[in-house]
Design a protein. Structure first.
Length: 350
């Protein structure tokens, strides 16, 4: 890579006094960096010891392992369920989660080592389950090409979930990978681009994310690359994004963009995330605060009545727009789009 950006980045290194960041010291802190391109954000670069995370046996998920290249996220989504994980680093789940971002510099190298273990069974590895692998900082750190290459070389299927349009950059690499292993790509989008109120709400609740229009363009690009894009219409935010006109508009946009299926579920507010989100509700929508406290009175999840109501509302809309996922297994081209030697080099450059 060109050295100029690297030099500017290196010059932004800040010193942390011994013991000032005990949680980060435990995580293998190498250095902390600030840069004008990310005003108010500190990146804590770490050398991780492991990167493959095994999902608990009792988790009802379609994958057994995850990889997260970052901890913390500049998307700054108010509702993010991963916020409480920052407390393990002795950081807070609110502003620190948005502005104190941990970067696992050696993610690809550690992953390659872990995938070489004889015990590895080539289970599906999910990317983007905790924090977004294509948040803005990925444009600088370029961790994902190495991760994709490591998984492909180990013949390990992968799934990606993102709000980040930086995925555009890696579509050629993912297309190549898909000639070797299964690659599923999902985009998270819960706000229609057609409604001005929804656009404003998205900027308030997800201030660091690409616009809905930009993510619709990403979905088109994914479909044009031969993949069958799935969309997480999540979270559906009670009383704010659960109206039929809003959902109908969004699903229509997704179908037009080439999505083949959607999954929708209501927002859940785990741990410190609940206070962080409800503080925003109290400020911006004070008339709703009592309704939220009632809806989430049992804990992190909405009551069963609301979940059932939302399923019944979504069902006809999903059917109307043909988003039940019947084409989810549409194959990408079976042959690589480049010659085999070129493919091998492309997957080992990182």
């Amino acid at each position: 890579m060109c050295s100029h950006t690297g030099v500017r980045w290196s010059e932004q290194m800040i010193e942390a006094s011994d013991g000032a960041l005990p949680g980060l010291d435990r995580a293998g802190l190498v250095r902390s960096v600030q840069t004008p391109e990310f005003e108010g954000v500190t990146f804590h670069e770490v050398a991780c010891k492991s990167i493959l995370n095994k999902v608990p046996e009792n988790a009802a998920l379609p994958f057994r392992f995850t990889v997260n290249t970052f901890r913390g996220c500049t998307h700054a989504c108010r509702y993010c369920f991963a916020r409480p994980t920052h407390e393990y680093l002795d950081l807070d789940a609110g502003a620190d989660f948005d502005s104190q971002v941990v970067v696992k510099l050696n993610a690809a190298a550690v992953l390659r080592k872990e995938l070489r273990r004889r015990s590895w069974q080539r289970d599906v590895v999910a990317l983007g389950t905790n924090t977004d692998p294509y948040q803005r900082a990925e444009g600088r750190y370029r961790l994902m090409p190495g991760v994709i290459g490591a998984l492909t070389q180990a013949y390990t299927p992968m799934s990606i979930l993102t709000k980040g349009t930086l995925l555009h950059r890696d579509l050629p690499l993912l297309r190549q990978a898909a000639s070797q292993v299964r690659v599923d790509i999902s985009v998270s989008l819960a706000f229609t681009a057609a409604d001005e109120g929804a656009r404003l709400l998205q900027k308030q609740i997800e201030p660091g994310t690409p616009s809905s229009a930009a993510r619709l363009n990403l979905i088109r690009a994914i479909a044009d690359s031969g993949f069958a894009p799935h969309v997480m219409v999540a979270p559906v935010i009670p009383f704010l994004t659960d109206g039929i006109p809003v959902l109908d508009s969004l699903l229509g946009e997704l179908a037009d963009a080439g999505a083949v299926g959607v999954t929708a579920f209501p927002m859940h507010l785990r741990g410190a995330t609940k206070d962080w989100f409800l503080s925003w509700v109290a400020q911006e929508h004070p008339a709703l605060i009592k309704r939220y406290r009632s809806l989430y009175g049992r804990g992190a999840y909405v009551n069963p009545e609301y979940s059932r109501w939302l399923r019944e509302r979504m069902g006809p809309l999903v059917a109307k727009h043909g988003l039940a996922g019947a084409n989810r297994d549409r194959a990408v081209p079976a042959k690589p789009v480049v010659a085999e030697p070129e493919l091998a080099r492309a997957l080992t450059l990182f």
